[in-house]
Ligand binder design. Structure first.
Ligand code: ATP
Ligand code: MG
Length: 396
């Protein structure tokens, strides 16, 4: 007898008028995410998405892993469907969960009956099934207050379903309901986490990376491509725009006072990112900036770098501790790649004594000798666009 997944929808259940749009987006996202794993039917009933393998060829474990990273799902469980009568429910539990039950010291049965035509109410059903299980497993105690293991029975429209405890889902909102934003993706720990956090709010992600060959190596570029790929596990496919930044950095080095190098460089990054963002229909930029981490991440510095853009700059990590950021990076699987020791263009030509409290006037004066717009136009001509997706199969 086969296994199916039940995905419970999170915040989207609360969203009134938007509910239908959110649900259909989520169903579409789940369908797309199941494709690499075989032929799955995905349907929505009673604010629950059902993911059902349609043949023996399906990679059920792979599909399950993928479901755990889909935004908009608050919790999920693998379960076994069975006929809607107590004998079938009892047999399904015995076959499907019997071993788990034997490993526990105590258990209870929790039932939910959304099909009101079922003759027993939820309490009666729990009592009936709990009693029969207690007889079949005399070494496992019934404990309705603090059971070690809970057996769940859901009597729904199509079938009854039995399962063990649900797992937490990825949370957030379904990708695509919150517009699109462009992350400035470095090779560090922070920016992939920042991208993940905004993607979690239902936002589609595109990325831009500034690359300073030969000061930064091909390995550094490959690392960023891999980080983008890891983020697509959550966000869906993205375009990674690689901007050649060498000429701009050399122009800054040759023409500007050293204490402003980083700030001027970051103003170029922001302005170029905004131009590319607009080409991709992105309504905001995302950075991994974090208050006080380095000299370019003070309020004054953020004012100066933000002054060149007119769309919002999302900095979801701005108030977090490094430890908190590292914990998320570990959870989403980007940490090991982020800590590979390749250089970033920010570390090329770093000033010995960077200006920590710059004013906009000082920075504009320091940029005086540069033809900013000509440099930006030239950099935009060299942009390399790479489509990044989690799986390599065509058509996904
Ligand atoms: P990260 O861990 O993301 O590299 P960081 O703590 O090293 O961040 P900075 O180097 O000051 O901080 O960079 C701040 C933000 O600027 C980064 O989080 C990223 O969004 C953006 N950024 C830095 N370097 C690049 C780059 N080479 N390409 C694209 N964006 C970059
Ligand atoms: Mg960095």
């Amino acid at each position: 007898m086969k296994e199916i997944f039940l995905l419970k929808l999170g915040e989207i259940v609360l969203k009134g008028a938007n509910k239908r749009q959110f649900e259909s987006k989520l169903r579409q996202n789940v369908r797309r995410r199941m494709k690499p794993y075989g032929n799955f039917d995905v349907y929505l009933m009673q604010s629950t998405l059902y993911v059902e393998p349609m043949d023996e060829m399906c990679d059920v474990d792979g599909a399950w892993e993928a479901c755990r990273s889909i935004f908009g799902v608050v919790s999920l469980c693998r379960c076994r469907p069975c006929e809607k009568n107590t004998d079938a429910i009892f047999d399904a539990i015995e076959n499907y969960l019997g071993d788990d039950l034997d490993c526990a010291k105590s258990f209870k049965v929790e039932s939910k009956r959304s099909d009101k035509r079922f003759p027993l109410n939820s309490i009666q059903l729990s009592q009936e099934i709990g009693g029969r299980l207690a007889e079949a497993h005399p070494d496992v105690m019934v404990d309705v207050h603090h059971p070690e293991y809970t057996v769940y029975v859901e009597v729904r429209d199509l079938s009854a379903y039995v399962h063990g405890p649900a797992e937490p889902g990825a949370g957030g909102l379904p990708t695509g309901v919150g517009g699109r934003a462009m992350v400035l993706l470095s090779g560090g720990i922070d920016s992939p986490v920042a991208a993940y956090m905004i993607a979690k709010r239902g936002v589609e992600i595109e990325a831009v990376h500034f690359f300073s060959y030969p000061y930064t190596s091909q390995l550094a570029k490959d690392k960023v491509i891999e980080l983008a790929r890891l983020v697509t596990r959550y966000s869906g496919r993205m375009t990674l725009n690689i901007v050649s930044f060498t000429e701009i950095q050399e122009a800054i080095r040759d023409n500007c006072p050293e204490e402003f190098f980083t700030l001027i460089m970051r103003r170029f990054m922001m302005e170029i990112s905004q131009r590319i963002a607009k080409q991709h229909g992105c309504g905001a930029l995302i950075t991994g900036e974090n208050l006080g981490q380095v000299a370019s991440q003070t309020m004054e510095a953020m004012t100066v770098t933000g002054a060149v853009v007119d769309i919002p700059i999302f900095m979801p990590l701005v108030g977090m501790d490094k430890e908190e950021i590292v914990t998320i990076a570990r959870k989403i699987g980007t940490l090991d790649t982020s800590i590979l020791p390749y250089e970033d263009c920010c570390t090329v030509f770093t000033p010995k004594h960077p200006k920590t409290k710059p004013t906009l006037g000082q920075v504009i004066a320091a940029e005086e000798k540069l033809d900013r717009q000509a440099l930006i136009a030239k950099a935009l001509e060299t942009v390399e666009k790479i489509t990044v997706k989690y799986h390599d199969e065509p058509g996904l």
